[in-house]
Every structure is written in structure tokens, then in C-alpha cells.
Design a protein around this ligand. Structure first.
Ligand code: ITT
Length: 199
């Protein structure tokens, strides 16, 4: 069966394909860009899980195929969990990773290392055309650096240093990041659900 990935973020698509292939998923994976006539759904939910389900349901209904979606973001302790579901548009420009990162670092410039705890969160959803749906969540905890480091990954990877690590996510290889990441955990969990519902 073909599975559609309900995202246009190329950094995410690359990670998802690697994670799902490593987990032994044999389904053919296609990005939502293969269906240009399907409009983007408005992310009106207030949690990662709600938004992931909205995206997966909309694409499954529109295409008649099983759809997988991810909603994810960075939750900063001292900001009460922000940017959270607003991570992709924190600076006002959706998907401008550099502007989002620069703004966050400016907002945290006076916050010392011991108060720079944060985590990445990911909700992974599967929806079938008949309306059946499941969602699985994963987290990666760490501290935020004062300056970006590393060139791999996307988004806030250059500033999040996972607990127990000396490197940021952007200094790790894609495989190293996927082994511990919020997205890796959520989607490895979702693979079991795909097998249960789709065989
Ligand atoms: P789609 O809705 O098309 O999937 P998007 O980028 O808008 O793409 P989200 O609404 O889920 O996706 O926003 C996720 C944002 O959170 C993303 O743009 C990054 O800024 C941040 N983020 C999520 N996972 C991340 C990761 O693994 N590493 C770094 N930043 C991440």
C-alpha cells in the first residue's frame, strides 16, 4: 500500500523516510507534494496531537489513501512551553528557520544555562480514509545553547543539546539524531500501529 506523508517540510520528509525505512516499514512513501490539488489544512488545534490528526485526516479524506502526519515543535521551560505548536512561525514567517532561531535566542539572551531546559515534542498520526485514526507522541529533552552549532538537521537543531550529550542535534549524523529524537520515538511507535491497521 501507498502511504502519504502529510508534510511539505523537506527536513521532516527526509527524517521520516529514514526513520520509517529503518523501522522496516515496506509501504511506498509519498510526500504530500505529489498531490498538489489537495489544499493545506489550517492547523487550528491547540496541541501537537490535535494538529497531527487534523493534517492526517484531511489528506486521507482528500486522497482516499492512508495518511501519516507529524506535528512537532520546541517547548522551552522558562517560556512556559512556548514556542510549542507555534515553533514553525515564531518569528511571524512560517518556515523561516533562521528568523525563528534568532528570535528565540534573543528572547533567551539573559537566561543562564541552568535555566535553559527545553524539549522537542512530536505527535505522529495515522488516519485511514474511513476515519479511523491513531496518534503516538515522543519527546527529546535537553538544554538550549547560547549560540548555534552544527549544520545537520533543520529548525532549532543547532541550539538543542540533548541531556547526556556534548553536541547539539545539528552536530549529530542523521542516524544518531533519529535514534534518540522525538520524531524517531513517535514514528517507531506509529509503525506498530500501521502494521496493526494495515498489515
Ligand atoms: P508541515 O506542517 O508541513 O509538516 P511545518 O514545518 O509547518 O511543516 P510544524 O507545524 O510541525 O511543521 O512545525 C514544526 C517546527 O518545529 C519546525 O518548523 C521546526 O522549527 C521545529 N522542529 C520540529 N522538529 C524539529 C527537529 O527535529 N529539529 C529542529 N526543529 C524542529
Amino acid at each position: 500500500t501507498r502511504l502519504i506523508l502529510a508534510t511539505r517540510n523537506t527536513g521532516k520528509i527526509a527524517e521520516l523516510k529514514a526513520i520509517l525505512a529503518d523501522a522496516g516499514l515496506r509501504h511506498e512513501l509519498v510526500g504530500a507534494d505529489a498531490y498538489p490539488d489537495v489544499p493545506d489544512v489550517r492547523e487550528t488545534g491547540v496541541t501537537f496531537a490535535e494538529n497531527a490528526l487534523l493534517k492526517a485526516h484531511a489528506l486521507a479524506r482528500a486522497t482516499g489513501l492512508p495518511a501519516v502526519a507529524d506535528d512537532s515543535g520546541l517547548c522551552v521551560d522558562v517560556l512556559g512551553g512556548a514556542p510549542g505548536i507555534f515553533s514553525a512561525r515564531w518569528s511571524g514567517k512560517h518556515g523561516d528557520d533562521k528568523a525563528n532561531l534568532d528570535l528565540l535566542l534573543a528572547q533567551l539572551s539573559d537566561v543562564p544555562t541552568e535555566h535553559r531546559g527545553a524539549h522537542f515534542a512530536c505527535a505522529a498520526a495515522l488516519a485511514l480514509p474511513d476515519g479511523t485514526a491513531r496518534v503516538v507522541e515522543g519527546r527529546l529533552k535537553g538544554v538550549l545553547r547560547h549560540k548555534p552549532a552544527g549544520t545537520h538537521g533543520f529548525g532549532y537543531d543547532p541550539v538543542l543539546q540533548p541531556d547526556g550529550e556534548t553536541r547539539t542535534c545539528a552536530e549529530m549524523s542523521p542516524d544518531e539524531k533519529n535514534a534518540i529524537s522525538h520524531r524517531g520515538k513517535a514514528f517507531r511507535g506509529l509503525v506498530a500501529v500501521v502494521r496493526e491497521l494495515l498489515g
